[in-house]
Design a protein around this ligand. Structure first.
Ligand SMILES: [Mg+2]
Length: 461
């Protein structure tokens, strides 16, 4: 049998306890040097009209499993299969920026997050010197201060980080039209079809790293692999300043010894369930059938884990040319009941979101407040405004009313504020321009000049 690409296929159908079935197809890469295994998991019986269509064609989703793809003129691109995905991640980004701006911090442990004097808050980022003392992100700042008392502790300067982030993304978009930002300092690039510009994957990765360094004087770690999941694992595996390349033929050697936690979406609780079933490494999962996994973890999680353990991840790189929402949330050191302290946190979140909104030159139509109780029960409430806004006072008024509407009876573990339905312009209407608060403008201008948020509203204190 042949797929649309004219390559030999070996379709195999595995019955799966009446709940569904798995198809496995093997394909030679065009060079014949590697074999690609494709899996598709189907829920339901084939006879229910959800079975296989053409070989390689998934009737259930209508998707073509193996798309013919021109991998370019250079042979090396084929060693990655249908896609060549790159993950770029800046090393200890906030800390690196601080050392860049303050050369006197070089060679010293730098911890960005909260100040130890404040007694609360967590480490946001620390440099690799601080990590040697056991400090890591999300650690309570008081603990970090005990482990590394001589470190330089700093509050984050988001506006500065965002400025440098914009430069990084400008560099990345020069390498591929398909850049998907994951965070302020992290992105996926679909490099498929760009291979012929470089002699090897290593040269391609090095080109991106060098371009970032030239533009920012900061280092990034890069992973190149057949899909997003593997590319991210690769870039994470040799930080800082790493460049890790996973060809299809490298995947098993790399993936099998990893602990189950390495699988995307497997958190501490899932890992615990897997471990109690004797599954400690990816190899352990590989030894089980998809039926066993779904029995253990449920249909969707079981399937997901099983596919990842086989190195399969068909998520596309989705370029995000414009932010769909802007938000900020904070997890409290100790749970906080409703009252002045919680409202001050809300005001600080609003101020941060408002500033980012104005920097992005956008107005928001919808305000969302997110809360999480200590047992992780999470709720959101949103309100869509009649006139879009980017004014802190308006945002605070709306967010505060949303928080009222929760009628909190328990303390909160987390509070978040998001704005969405962003637009660049506001329709001039009979009612004139939207509320532009002169005070907000002045505060922004002063803070901009001083490089940090020195001037704050009383409600934030
Ligand atoms: Mg990073």
């Amino acid at each position: 049998m042949y797929n649309t690409n004219g390559r030999p296929l070996r379709p195999a159908r595995t019955a799966w306890e009446g709940k569904g079935f798995v198809t496995e197809t093997l394909r030679q890469t065009r060079t014949g040097r590697a074999q690609i295994r494709f899996f598709r998991v189907y829920h339901g019986a084939p006879s229910a009209g959800r079975g296989l269509g053409e070989p390689g064609h998934c009737a259930a989703t209508g998707r073509v499993t193996m798309e013919p793809m021109d991998k370019g003129l250079r042979g090396w691109g084929r060693e990655f299969g249908d896609r060549t995905i790159m993950h770029v991640d800046m090393d200890a980004f906030f800390a690196q920026v601080e050392v860049l701006d303050h050369p006197e911090y070089a060679g010293k442990p730098v911890i960005v997050g909260a100040l130890p004097e404040s007694g609360r808050g967590v480490v946001s980022t620390c440099n690799y010197i601080a990590r040697r003392f056991g400090v890591h992100s999300a650690m309570p700042i008081t603990r970090a201060a005990k482990l590394c008392p001589h470190a330089i502790f700093l509050r984050p300067r988001m506006a500065r980080y965002e400025e440098i982030s914009a430069r990084i993304f400008e560099v990345l978009t020069g390498f591929s039209p398909l850049v998907e930002p994951l965070s302020i300092d992290e992105a996926f690039l679909d490099m498929t079809g760009c291979e012929h510009f470089y002699r090897s994957a290593r040269e391609m990765g090095q080109a991106v790293k060098s371009a970032i360094y030239e533009a920012t004087h900061l280092t990034a770690s890069v992973g190149i692999a057949p899909n997003k999941f593997l590319a991210k694992l690769a870039s994470d595996s040799e930080k800082p300043d790493g460049l890790v390349i996973l060809k299809i033929s490298d995947v098993d050697r790399f993936l099998l010894p990893l602990p189950v936690r390495a699988l995307w979406g497997v958190g501490p609780k899932t890992a615990e369930r897997l471990q109690s079933a004797g599954l400690r490494t990816v190899a352990d999962i590989r030894a089980r059938s998809v039926a066993e996994l779904t029995q253990l973890m449920g249909d969707s999680l079981g399937t997901h884990i099983w596919l990842l353990a086989h190195g399969q991840d068909d998520r596309a790189v989705v370029p995000d040319t414009e932010a769909k929402s802007i938000g900020r949330e904070t997890t409290f050191e100790t749970d906080i009941p409703d009252g002045p302290a919680l409202r001050a946190h809300l005001a600080r979140l609003v101020a941060s979101v408002g500033l980012r909104l104005r920097k992005a030159g956008r107005y928001a139509r919808t305000v969302t407040v997110k809360i999480r109780y200590p047992d992780f029960e999470t709720h959101t409430k949103s309100k869509t405004l009649s006139t879009p806004t980017r004014d802190d006072d308006t945002l605070y008024r709306e967010a505060s009313a949303l928080l009222d509407a929760f009628r909190l009876r328990r303390p909160l573990r987390l509070l978040g504020v998001y704005v969405s339905h962003l637009q660049q312009y506001v329709q001039p209407s009979l009612f004139g321009q939207p509320e532009e608060n002169r005070l907000t403008e002045v505060v922004d201008a002063i803070n901009e000049k001083l490089g940090r948020r020195v001037v704050r509203r009383g409600r934030e204190l």
